[in-house]
Design a protein around this ligand. Sequence first.
Ligand code: PGA
Length: 253
Amino acid sequence: MSKRKPFIAGNWKMYKTSFEAVETARKLVRILKGINHVDIMIAPPFTALAAVYEVVKESSVMVGAQNLFWEKEGAYTGEISPGMIVSSGCRYVIIGHSERRQYFGETDCNVNKKIRAALNNSLVPVICIGETEKERDEGDTFNILDKQIKMGLEGFSPDDLKHVILAYEPVWAIGTGKTATSDQAQEVHRFLRSLIENLFGKKIAGSVRILYGGSVKPENIGELMLMPDIDGALVGGASLDAEKFAGIINFKI
Ligand code: PGA
């Protein structure tokens, strides 16, 4: 079990209208009443952020966005600025999700700019990294993660690192039902923590939260949370249902 406060986040991806998102958020607030040993965040689509915030603002559930653009404002059709996200009630933003990298061409350099923009606007970035199946099969997992971390976090100080959360999401485990075993995940989390120690020092490595993501469900969360370097989860599919997501948040180890 990790020494850090668990953080469990739900990434709703491109699911739920504003109405549906509000319904799920209402259920979640009802079920999770009184829970404060876990930090809880949900990331609905942009169109539902403000409405969901109104529902959860008095509860322990916090709201995050799934992406942002780094510019303050301008002629960037279809993009959303950090200020817009903050004004919708968000405290968090997911950055560099593998689906953004895979389908929208997001690079480590984009990720770096987005992290900077988030921090400049007091948003906590949840920074996603992870290897594909091919990269794992070729024995490249640690090289890939090393590159994603070094490029994504280039130019940041230990002080900046106090306000970020990392999420290890092996691409082959996202939405596939194939979870990394808790030992596989722990091995990578330990590697990531030692990489952070080399780059930013022991103190930051000891405090930074590293989440696991990829087919997390109520049935496997307990065993993942037993691991000393796993501090929580970034949940996709299973976060769309309030009861299932609450089952993850109420994990027993
Ligand atoms: P999944 O998605 O839980 O549906 O595998 C995880 C994620 O994409 O963050």
